[in-house]
Design a protein around this ligand. Structure first.
Ligand SMILES: Cc1ncc(COP(=O)(O)O)c(C=O)c1O
Length: 500
């Protein structure tokens, strides 16, 4: 895979006197040290004003590309990943492996591209065909492309403000997100795991005994379990419903003990849990409800948005999420001011007033720049969800019924963070799709109780979770995927069934 490296560069100071700096810079690349091969041939490309160059890959040749003047855009495709690199500084060096099919574009009369090659020229070493096109599972560059100008303006604004943590951008985003959810009080935090942990820590600070138990689905992502452990509490696993992949409300009651204090429903894959019975069980047993909304931004149950049913709603804005930042970010939605005040202090060292600490808190503050980016993207969250729902509809209507598809129900407004199907020959299907240029993912290959880290912590048998993990496959459903791509996935998938 192509890799961009920095060249070691020194000012040519010998005496340390300022005048020496004017003599310029000295950049060094040594064989097998800075570049991972021995250079056998050096050439440079220039004067090819606006002409596209390259358009090949190699069998053996490795190359190091340096733009010594002007700039060059280099598009690479290694059959698995497509990328575009811009070389505009003599300090940057792009290392190309033989498998990296590449073209150079965007050059002008000032552009000079220096190429260091591991082999002597050999016509037999060239392959001109680009890889057959593939359908990506996710492409965050494409997802974020339409927001780039607004992100850049936001970044400039934050940079010029000189204020970088918990400032006006965070306050604005908190207000906008709670407006979007139409209920609750929002607090920006560093990530989704912290959003869950802080909710539990707030409860602990409100007098929850240390050996308290928290009910959580057995097929969740590990973060939900880690939050319970990080807060010093005990996770109690409840099996999911095999048709919705969400916690089975009929199996919760049997796991409630005197120590049970909370239920953490996880709205997995972008579908809300069946909240009516869950809230009733919580109410009947005096339990707190903390919703894990890391995958359910904008998802609804009976017309109400997830994150607003429970005492707490914990969101992740990890870049791949339906509302994703450009780094880590998260938020807690609190139902009442008592919880809100606790989380507000706990995310900032347990402090309400600078240098005065009321609780044993943590540092989990949201950056101004991420909050600003989130405000930009939040305006398009409904559009992003609508696109994903459109793609899901294509799958739902056209995929062969031999694949177990997500269920659709009028009470649920699903936002398809993940489009998961199940098939007994999942691994074979995944390979078949890849051979046909379609990338997929698995959420998740191993359930929490089977993870090495959880041995001795999570005990018991969870056959439904295991069955899901063995058969589940996530199909492309990114904001960056087109409808035509999804029809193509359907066509290829349905042929797998014909082969079966
Ligand atoms: C269900 C669930 N909960 C919690 C998290 C944790 O979020 P973060 O990665 O922002 O810490 C994730 C992240 O993928 C998740 O999928």
């Amino acid at each position: 895979m192509a890799k961009l490296i920095k060249i070691r560069t020194y000012t040519t100071k010998r005496t340390g006197e300022a005048a020496d700096v004017a003599r310029g810079y000295l950049s060094i690349l040594e064989n097998n040290k800075d570049i991972p091969f021995e250079v056998k041939r050096v050439f440079y490309i220039y004067g090819s004003n606006h002409v596209e160059r390259g358009g090949h890959r190699h069998i053996k040749t490795r190359q190091a590309l340096i733009c010594t003047s002007g700039s060059y855009s280099i598009y690479t495709n290694n059959g698995v990943k497509k990328e575009t690199y811009v070389l505009s500084s003599p300090d940057d060096c792009l290392l190309l492996e033989p498998a990296d099919w590449h073209t150079m574009v965007g050059l002008d009369e000032t552009s000079v591209l220096l190429v260091l090659s591991s082999e002597l020229y050999n016509l037999q070493d060239y392959i001109d065909d680009e890889y057959p096109d593939f359908i990506e599972y996710e492409n965050l560059y494409k997802v974020n492309k339409e927001f780039m100008n607004d992100y850049k303006a936001k970044f400039d604004e934050v940079l010029n403000s000189g204020y970088f943590v918990l400032g006006n951008n965070v306050k604005n985003f908190e207000q906008e997100f709670q407006n979007y959810l139409q209920s609750g009080k929002c607090l920006g935090v560093a990530n989704g795991l912290d959003a869950l942990t802080l909710s539990l820590l707030a409860l602990k600070n409100l007098d929850m005994p240390a050996d308290s138990e928290v009910i959580v689905p057995s097929n969740t992502y590990i973060a939900t379990i880690l939050a319970i452990l990080n807060a010093g509490l005990k996770p109690v696993l409840v099996e999911p419903d095999i048709t919705t992949y969400n916690i089975d409300p009929t199996k919760i009651a049997e796991k409630i003990t005197k120590k049970t204090k909370a239920i953490m429903p996880v709205h997995l894959y972008g579908k809300s849990c069946d909240m009516t019975p869950i809230l009733k069980i919580a109410n009947d047993n005096g339990l707190v409800v903390i919703e894990d909304c890391a995958q359910s931004h904008g998802a609804m149950y009976k017309g109400v948005k997830t994150g607003t049913f429970g005492d707490f709603g914990a969101f992740s804005f990890y870049p791949t999420k339906n509302l994703g930042a450009l780094g880590d970010a998260g938020a807690v939605i609190c139902k009442n001011y008592m919880y809100y005040d606790k989380v507000m202090a706990l995310r900032n060292y347990g402090s309400f007033k600078k240098y005065y600490n009321d609780y044993v808190g943590i540092n989990s503050r949201l950056d101004e720049v991420q909050a600003g980016f989130l405000s930009v993207k939040l305006k398009s969250l409904d559009k992003i969800n609508a696109h994903k729902r459109k793609l899901a509809d294509i799958y739902n209507k056209n995929l062969s019924d031999k694949f177990i598809k997500p269920i659709v129900d009028d009470d649920y407004f699903d936002v398809y963070h993940i489009y998961a199907i199940r098939h007994e020959r999942r691994d074979e299907l995944k390979k078949y799709l890849l051979d046909n240029g379609i990338k997929t993912d698995i959420h998740y290959p191993l359930p929490p109780h089977k993870q090495k880290a959880m041995q001795g912590i999570l005990t018991g048998d969870y056959p439904i979770a295991e069955k899901i993990h063995e058969t589940i496959l996530s199909l492309p459903i990114s904001y960056s995927n087109t409808e035509a791509e999804i029809y193509k996935v359907v066509e290829v998938m349905n042929k797998f069934e014909a082969l079966a």
